[in-house]
Design a protein around this ligand. Sequence first.
Ligand SMILES: *[C@@H]1O[C@H](CO)[C@@H](O)[C@H](O)[C@H]1NC(C)=O
Ligand SMILES: *[C@@H]1O[C@H](CO)[C@@H](O)[C@H](O)[C@H]1NC(C)=O
Ligand SMILES: *[C@@H]1O[C@H](CO)[C@@H](O)[C@H](O)[C@H]1NC(C)=O
Ligand SMILES: *[C@@H]1O[C@H](CO)[C@@H](O)[C@H](O)[C@H]1NC(C)=O
Length: 565
Amino acid sequence: MMMRINFKTILLVLIVAVISSIFTSWNNCGSSILIRTAEWKTRRDRLANSELGYQEIDCNINGEYLIGCRREGDEVYIPFSFIHKYFEVYGKLATYDGLERFEWLHSYSKIVRPKSKYDPRGVFMTFENYNVEVRERVKCVSGSDGVPMSTQWESQGYYYPTQIAQFGLSHYSKNLTEPEPHRKIIEDADKVQQAWIVPQGSVMSRNYDVQSNSYVLRFGTPETSTSGISITLDHVLSFVLKLDLIIKDNGSVTVVMQHRERKDSYYLHYTTSNIVLNTLNNHIYYGIGVSNSQWRRITRDLVVDLQKGLSINEKGKKKLSRSKLKIIKIILYGSGKIDNMTLSTSEHMEQFYDAARWFVANQNVTSGGWPNPVRRKVASSMEILEPGWYSAMGQGHAISVLARAYYHSGDERYLQAAVRGLKPFKITSSKGGVAAYFMDKFVWYEEYPTTPSSFILNGFIYSLIGLYDLKCIATGRDADEATELFDNGMISLKNMLTLFDTGSGTTYDLRHYTLKSAPNLARWDYHSTHINQLLLLNTIDTDQIFMITAERWIGYMNGKRAAHN
Ligand SMILES: *[C@@H]1O[C@H](CO)[C@@H](O)[C@H](O)[C@H]1NC(C)=O
Ligand SMILES: *[C@@H]1O[C@H](CO)[C@@H](O)[C@H](O)[C@H]1NC(C)=O
Ligand SMILES: *[C@@H]1O[C@H](CO)[C@@H](O)[C@H](O)[C@H]1NC(C)=O
Ligand SMILES: *[C@@H]1O[C@H](CO)[C@@H](O)[C@H](O)[C@H]1NC(C)=O
C-alpha cells in the first residue's frame, strides 16, 4: 500500500541552507533580465516583515525565473512547495507526542522485507494487500467467469491475463493472511431453509437431486411474474454471495440492497444472458452466461458489483461503503434449482479458483499462450503490438496461479496448463513468443514482446517467479523444463541487473539502449517493486548481487546517491 501526500495543503516554509553571499551575487547580475512568475509583495510589506526577524527575498532559479523566499541572517528559506516540485520530494505536517513536525520523505513507497524464504505454495509477493477488482481500470468482475475485465487500454472491457492472475494471486494470498471469514448459510434445502414467499402461479419445492447428491431447492415463476419468489432479509456486513445453481432461459437471481440511512434500494440482477454489465437507474444487470443443465457455482462480491454498476453512470462519485449497506431481499425469477446459498465476509478460494479455471479454459493449447486481445503501443518508436500478443509477465503470473491451484487441489489440469504456458518462453518475440536476447547473448522474457525489445525489469522478474513456482511444484520433465528456463533467466538477470541502476533510482526498462532515447525512469512504486522482487530472489538464490543491489536501491529511496567521480 502506498502513501500519497497532498502537498497543496502544505503551508510550511522549510529551511534550506544556502549561503547568502552566493545568493546576493546572483541577484545583482541577474535581476534585470529575469521573468517574474509570481506576485510579489510590495516593498512596504518586506520592511514590515523584517521586523518579524526575516526579510522577503527573491530567489533566482538557474537564471530562468524567480520565486519568493525568506532570509534570516545568513540563512535562506525556500518554500517547500517549490522544493517538492523541483526535487520531487514529499513532505507533510504531522503532530504526535504533542508536537507538530514537518516530515520529509524522499520517496512515497515502502519496502516490505520478506520474513521468510519465498514459498511457491504461500503468499505471492505482497499481493495480500492488492484489491485488484476495486481498481478504477477494472470495469467489473465478469458474471460468466468471475474474473475481472480491464478497461486499461480499451474502454468496452476485455480479459487481461496479467490482471486476472493478479486477482487470483491476491485472493490466494488473502486466504493465507486474513482472519477466518464469517459465513452464514441462507438456504441449503436441507438443514437451513427459508420461508420463501411464493406468489400464486409460481412453484417451489425441495427435492433430492441425483446429479449433486444433495437436497436442492427447485423453483418456477411464470414468464410474466413481476414479484418472483422471494425472501426478506436484514443482513449486514457479509456481502459475498455464493450459490450453486441451474437456471433456465430468462431466469435471474436478484439481490436487493439498501442504503441503511438514505433507504435507497439497489437491485443487482444476475441474469442468464451474455451481457457483461448494464445499469438502468438503480437496477444493475450482470450476465452469468446462457443457461445449460449443469450445476455451476457463482461467487459475487455484492458491494464490488454494486459499485462497478453505479460507477458506469456516476463516474467519480463517492463510492457506497460496505458499512452503509444491507441486503433486504433475494428474489428468484424464471425456473431452475439452487443450493448452498451463503453470505460471507469473503470467499477468497472460490475467487482464486475462478481465476485458475479461467486460465485452463482460455489458453491456446497449441501455443501455450494466453492472448492479450488489445492493441498496445509501448513507446512511440516501437512497433505496435497487434491483438493476440503474449506477455512473459502474463504467462509467468498465470503459471504462479496454476501451480498454486495444482498444489492446493491436486487437479492435473492445472499442472498441464502451467506446463503448456512455458512454450512461449522458448520462442522469440519476433516469432510470436516472449523471448528476446540482449546483445545476442542474454535471454530476457519480455512483458511486452516489442520490436525493438524493451527489456522491462519488473515484468521479467515476475516471469522468473512463475518459472520458479512451477519448477518447485512440478516433478520430472516438467520441472526440468521450468528449471532450465528459470536458470537461464537468472544468468541474464545477474549480468544485466546493474544496467537498470541510475545512481539515484532505477529505470523501468532498457529503451535508452534499444531506442537510443532518454531513460524511462521508474517511478517510486516501480522502483520499490524492483527492490521487493530482489529481496524475494535473495531468499531463493545465494548470489550476493540481489542483497547488495537491493540495499543500494533502498538507499536511493532515502535520498542517497551513488558517489560521483
Ligand atoms: C481459506 O481457504 C480454506 C479452504 O481452502 C477455508 O477453509 C478458509 O476458511 C479460508 N480462510 C480465509 C481467511 O479465507
Ligand atoms: C452443496 O454443498 C454440499 C456440501 O458441500 C455438496 O455435497 C452439494 O453437492 C452441493 N450442492 C450442489 C448443487 O452442488
Ligand atoms: C426470453 O425473453 C425474451 C425477451 O423478453 C423473449 O423474446 C424470449 O422468448 C424469452 N425466452 C424464453 C425461452 O422464454
Ligand atoms: C493458437 O496458436 C497457434 C500457434 O501459434 C495459432 O496458429 C492459432 O491461430 C492460435 N489459435 C487461436 C484461436 O488464436
